[in-house]
Design a protein around this ligand. Structure first.
Ligand code: IMP
Length: 204
């Protein structure tokens, strides 16, 4: 049985990653459950850089506390083609890290007010990083394609989900059930790739 600490303080991400990994049979702890209190400054220019920084800093803190355990972190973002891929890797910093998503979502709708449906294409990107107790690292990247909606719809999920339309479901990511998001999302796909790439011979 592989045990994992999730290096995130984002409650939406934490719930999704925990639900996905527990469904696959892993034992998962939050940073709080593992006794780590740490704020990692997200200042990288790539998803990989940020995800590795979060997982590495938390892994080091766990080791200092005598805990040798696989640590995972995710860095993700929304890439809007009509905004040249913005906010992308800077999604959490878009309009300021503490600005509520109702304001961020409305800003994206306002920026795209005159953009027709066919040009509202966008994707969620997720990179998941693993740091092993011996310091080795692994990353995996995945994306889910969609469109920016014309209005805010749905109460599931978190972040940009209410403005992200999934054409094949004719619903936003915040309208589909959490169980479905956890099967089709960028996060689920990146986690699946990462877990499939874990070394079979153990984690030490
Ligand atoms: P970060 O990975 O902590 O840098 O956060 C990325 C930003 O994208 C945050 O503002 C999140 O709320 C948002 N975000 C990341 N993943 C998702 C998702 O699955 N749905 C909606 N928003 C997301």
């Amino acid at each position: 049985m592989i045990s994992i600490v999730l290096a995130t303080k984002n409650p939406g991400k934490l719930k999704e990653m925990k639900d996905i990994l527990e469904e696959w049979g892993y034992t998962v702890q939050s940073m709080a459950e593992a006794g780590v209190e740490l704020d990692v400054l997200e200042d990288g220019d790539t998803y990989e850089e940020n995800a590795l920084k979060k997982a590495s800093e938390v892994s080091r803190a766990l080791k200092r506390a005598g805990c040798r355990i696989l640590t995972l972190a995710d860095d993700s973002g929304l890439e809007v083609n009509a905004l040249s891929g913005e906010p992308g890797v800077y999604s959490s910093r878009f309009l300021g890290a503490d600005t509520p998503h109702v304001i961020k979502n409305q800003k994206i709708l306002d920026l795209l007010w005159d953009v027709p449906k066919e040009n509202r294409t966008a994707r969620f990107v997720c990179v998941v990083a693993a740091v092993f107790p011996d310091g080795r690292t692994l990353t995996a990247r995945a994306a889910v394609e969609g469109r920016i909606a014309h209005d805010v719809r749905g109460a599931e999920g978190f972040g940009f989900d209410p403005i992200f339309d999934l054409p094949e479901y004719d619903q936003t990511m915040a309208e589909i059930p959490a169980l479905l998001k956890n099967k089709i999302s960028h996060r689920a796909k990146a986690l699946q790739q990462l877990m499939e790439a874990l070394p079979a011979g153990g984690l030490e």
